[in-house]
Design a protein around this ligand. Structure first.
Ligand SMILES: [Zn+2]
Length: 214
């Protein structure tokens, strides 16, 4: 049975009630959850189930697995209260939304690049692009300025299901549109200000790290 994904119904849900449907190794599977499972470049959620720590959340097929510190505390049929580490997840939502906006302005400046990989956790978003040489510092500065200007304008972010591709979610904000399975803020203003940093993880690859300004 697929786990009901409460984080899609309400990405701001921090607490929920659920029933244990299976316990496998360190993994607890519930009938429904607000914990986002690692995937689509976004880190898995942490928090607690009945005060037992959830160290990470992953998915196998359509089932979401909560990796917990003390799996013996759970058995099938138990009612549990799930509580997300919300400050961490909210930072991830802000950074994930910011990275889509950053990428839009990056492509505006340099033309579309091939994205080789991306990952977002509570500290930063990192996105790797195929690029020969070094990203010009003035281009990065421009992208940072445009991203922050756009964020401050307070654009709504709307996510809808693609009627032509079952299960695919379309992320829209102003002129920006892409497929994304992640969790996002409702309005760019929630992101606050971001800082961009360039890295070079290897030949022919340039990395842009997006961080929230402290
Ligand atoms: Zn995304």
């Amino acid at each position: 049975m697929e786990t009901r994904r409460l984080y899609y119904e309400d990405p701001y849900l921090r607490e929920f009630e659920a029933v244990v449907v299976a316990v496998e190794g360190d993994g607890v599977i519930l009938n429904q959850t607000a914990f986002y499972p690692e995937g689509g470049g976004q880190a898995g959620d942490t928090g607690t189930l009945n005060d037992v720590k959830v160290i990470n959340t992953i998915q196998r097929g359509g089932r979401i697995i909560h990796l917990v510190e003390r799996p013996t505390a759970f058995k099938v049929g138990d009612e549990v209260r799930g509580v997300l580490n919300w400050s961490r997840r909210y930072r991830i939502m802000r950074l994930h939304s910011a990275s889509h906006i950053m990428e839009y302005f990056l492509y505006q400046r340099l033309g579309p690049l091939e994205r080789l990989g991306s990952h977002v956790d509570e500290r930063k978003d990192r996105a790797d692009y195929a690029y020969d040489g070094r990203l010009p510092p003035e281009a990065l500065r421009w992208v940072e300025e445009q991203t922050n200007r756009f964020i401050a304008e307070g654009h709504p972010i709307v996510i809808t299901l693609d009627p032509d591709r079952p299960g695919w979610r379309i992320w829209r904000c102003g002129p920006i549109e892409m497929y994304c399975a992640g969790t996002h803020v409702r309005n760019t203003r929630e992101i606050g200000e971001v800082v961009l940093r360039r890295r070079n993880p290897g030949r022919g690859v340039e990395r842009i790290e997006t961080m929230l300004k402290p």
